[in-house]
Ligand binder design. Structure first.
Ligand SMILES: Cc1ncc(C[n+]2csc(CCOP(=O)(O)OP(=O)(O)O)c2C)c(N)n1
Length: 573
């Protein structure tokens, strides 16, 4: 006699699910047992449920398929939450199974009682309690349809006792996944947009992850309009490589060329981006936005026009209506500016013989040059994201994943776990901050247990470096940012992982090559310079003031040598 748990597993199999990330627990045991007996879904046993959610999100990101994570009742599924926020905001299809306490006890303040159907509301498109077998399989099918159809998280809350009950309607499991449609604006709206673009003198394209499958169309558009392409960070992996129109990123971790290409245009065309920082949008230009997510139109900045459409379909329909612009001056100037900004950044990424510690820019460049052509990089929130944005080169086959919308620390190792589980033979590199790595460090053990050959590169600056910088630019004396770290390479070795420590920058290349060529999991612990500044392309007046204030306070409180060191590291190199 089939149980609800078996019916759930059958539905997941029919929806194409290959892996479920999670940690077991009493309320989940019926489902775990059904997974084990069915045999085709792999259970990826992690050490922290937050890791399960991040990993499922990264799995969905690289495969484009539905991924699943699970947590037991109360604290077990509560731990999923931060990772689920990340999945939801990254727009990846993830179903979370949140097991619940026994049905009869709900509402009594029972041991481990929480109410996931309220808790997860804010980070999901659908979140429902299954309290009787009659709700299955429809409740799970609906959750999957929401996750795939809306590209985000759906949560199924199910008490352990319900999962063990006899399924009604077992024979009807025959799930059909929703198919995503192409979305194109009306003829009239496309003509109106074409008119605006034909009239404009200096057009800049601002492109995000919504351009993922529209690279060729976006390049054709840039050529017709002689328009520079600025990308948001989530657009980097799709648009940056072999791109003659590329002028870099904008935003806090961007390039001055990206900022000025947007500031100097008379029409900014936003394509598939909901870039959040309003201070980086141009002040004098008309702004038009195209996005398949109609609710994002005008979300950040007032628009002249907002069109709901997917980028590939909309740009394809727009192209024949556009006149070829002839003047290239604006585009050429923007590209030259980018080349100069790029050269400045590359100058910072050189090894300096005799230096005590490795410059993180140099380290990232060496890593990027040594990595496989189709490597997948994950980067922790903090300065590793800045270095990845600036120095990890995309190839069209490489991927770059981070917590770019949710901005959570400790994302890189969990996401690397999800990518490596999906692609066991691909090179997967986690660019981890020492703060980020130690936040979910227990899951380094997952690499051993699940035989995942992830390469973890720790930017060991003994600091919560990004916050150190934030405090300085707001005029605070840095506080509570120092980290007392162990030798991470020794720690890795002690658990059966290749560990290599780089104290002397002269050893960096050899260390990188040893770690990347190792067949199993490996950790490279690189002692990096804690005084590197990752400045934004446009220093706001208040930031310059704040920075000056920090310098003054530091000098007055007897920490002037730190100011000198920062200046030496960043200005007089
Ligand atoms: C979960 C979480 N806690 C706190 C923060 C605030 N925060 C952002 S970056 C950062 C420091 C990251 O430090 P580390 O991982 O060592 O990287 P570094 O910037 O030093 O390279 C902190 C504390 C956050 N984004 N997420």
């Amino acid at each position: 006699m089939a149980t609800v748990a078996e019916q759930m597993v059958k539905t997941l199999v029919e929806a194409g699910v290959k892996r479920i990330y999670g940690i077991v627990g009493d309320s989940l045991n019926g489902i775990i047992d059904a997974i084990r007996r069915e045999g085709s879904i792999e259970w990826i046993h992690v050490r922290h449920e937050e890791v399960a959610a991040f990993a499922a999100g990264a799995d969905a990101h690289v495969t484009g398929e539905l991924a699943v994570c699970a947590g037991s009742c109360g604290p077990g599924n509560l731990h999923l939450m931060n990772g689920l926020y990340d999945c939801h905001r990254n727009g990846v299809p993830v179903v979370a199974i949140a097991a619940q306490i026994p049905t009869a006890e709900i509402g009594s303040g029972y041991f481990q009682e929480t109410h996931p159907e309220s808790l997860f509301k804010d980070c999901s498109y659908s979140c429902h309690l299954v309290s009787t077998p009659a709700q299955m399989p429809r409740a799970l099918e609906t959750a999957i349809t929401h996750a795939i159809g809306q590209q985000g998280v759906a949560v199924i809350v199910i008490p352990g006792d319900v999962a063990l009950q006899r399924a009604e309607d077992f024979g009807t499991v025959n799930y059909q996944k929703p198919i995503r449609s192409l979305v194109c604006p009306s003829e009239a709206d496309l003509s109106r947009l074409a008119e605006m673009l034909n009239e404009a003198r200096r057009v800049t394209l601002f492109c995000g992850a919504g351009c993922a499958s529209a690279r060729a169309e976006v390049f054709n558009l840039a050529e017709k309009l002689k328009a520079p392409i600025v990308h948001a960070l989530r657009g980097k992996e799709y648009l940056e490589y072999d791109n003659p129109y590329d002028v870099g990123l904008t935003g806090f971790i961007g390039f001055s060329s990206g900022y000025y290409a947007m500031e100097g245009c008379d029409l900014l065309l936003m394509l598939g981006t909901d870039f959040p920082y309003r201070q980086f949008y141009p002040t004098g230009a008309k702004i038009v936005q195209i996005d398949v997510r109609a609710e994002k139109l005008g979300n950040r900045v007032p628009l002249k026009m907002g069109l709901a459409g997917d980028i590939k379909t909309t740009v394809s329909a727009l192209l024949p209506r556009l006149k070829d612009k002839t003047g290239r001056t604006f585009l050429d100037q923007a590209v030259h500016h980018y080349q100069a900004a790029r050269a400045d950044l590359d100058d910072l990424a050189v090894g300096h013989a005799g230096h005590k510690s490795t410059h993180p820019q140099y380290m990232t460049k060496v890593l990027s040059e040594a990595a496989a052509d189709d490597a997948v990089f994950t980067c922790d929130v903090g300065t590793p994201t800045v270095w990845a944005a600036r120095y990890v080169k995309m190839t069209g086959k490489r991927r770059l994943i981070g917590s770019f919308n949710h901005g959570s620390m400790a994302n890189a190792l969990p996401q690397a776990i999800g990518v490596q589980a999906a692609f066991p033979r691909r090179q997967v590199i986690s660019m981890s901050g020492d703060g980020g790595f130690t936040m979910l460090m227990g899951d380094i053990l997952t690499l051993v247990q699940m035989e995942l050959p992830v390469k973890v590169v720790v930017f060991n600056n003994s600091k919560l470096g990004f916050v150190d910088l934030e405090q300085k630019v707001t005029g605070f004396l840095p506080a509570a940012v120092d980290l007392k770290n162990p030798n991470f390479a020794k720690l890795a070795t002690s658990i059966g992982i290749l560990g290599v420590r780089i104290d002397d920058p002269a050893d960096l290349m050899e260390g990188v090559s040893e770690v990347l060529s190792h067949s199993g999991p490996a950790l490279l612990d690189v002692v990096t310079n804690p005084l590197e500044l990752s400045m934004p392309p446009k220093l706001q007046l208040d930031q310059a003031y704040g920075f000056g204030l920090w310098m003054m306070k530091a000098v007055l409180s007897g920490r002037g040598s730190e100011v000198l060191q920062v200046a030496k590291t960043n200005i007089f190199r």
